[in-house]
Ligand binder design. Structure first.
Ligand code: ADP
Length: 164
């Protein structure tokens, strides 16, 4: 059984993330969505809130795939998290050239920590490629329409949190 780990902050989960999750499901038998606690990033939604939002989206996605989707919060090293959940591949999304440099370094270092775990990069569909949680929060905070970037449930949670 091939297990994949898709790690991120998901603050909050966007249609870009959903796109990558859907694509990842075609590659693995079990997809573990690793939710980084990331206190340093000062997330808008706490871990429980982010996990609940991802679980709701995963439940929808799970109906359309045989792949088992799990949600797993983690605070340790990514490579240790991958080992903990038995993942043989780490899935990451690539948006722009700007993502590349960071990801390139991460792969290089993770490979030295554990050469048996492969990292696979996926690109979302064109209309989802530019979506970033950070910008979605900014647009919503300033009263913009985020309905093209997140699901209705996440949009409601954002408006509620930001009083938008
Ligand atoms: P991180 O803090 O790890 O960057 P994010 O939640 O921002 O966490 O992103 C998690 C993963 O999803 C990363 O690999 C990121 O590149 C990818 N991702 C986020 N948004 C998109 C998108 N619109 N298209 C493709 N990949 C994306």
């Amino acid at each position: 059984m091939r297990i994949g780990l898709y790690p991120g902050t998901f603050d909050p989960i966007t249609l870009g993330h959903v796109d990558i999750i859907r694509r990842s499901c075609a590659l693995v038998d079990c997809l573990v969505i690793g939710v980084a606690i990331n206190r340093d990033k000062g997330p808008l939604f706490n871990l429980d809130e982010r996990v609940a939002m991802i679980k709701a989206e995963a439940a929808q996605l799970g109906l359309a795939t045989d792949t088992k989707i799990k949600v797993h919060p983690f605070e340790n090293l990514l490579i240790d998290c991958a080992r903990d959940v038995g993942a043989s591949i780490i899935l990451r999304g690539l948006r722009a050239v700007s993502d590349f440099e960071y990801e390139y370094q991460m792969v290089g270092m993770n490979r030295q920590l554990d050469a048996t775990i492969e990292t696979v990069f996926l690109m979302a569909e064109a209309q989802h490629q530019a979506i970033a949680s950070k910008l979605v929060k900014e647009i919503c905070r300033l009263g913009g329409d985020v309905s093209k970037f997140v699901t209705p449930a996440v949009e409601a949670a954002l408006k509620d949190r930001l009083n938008a």
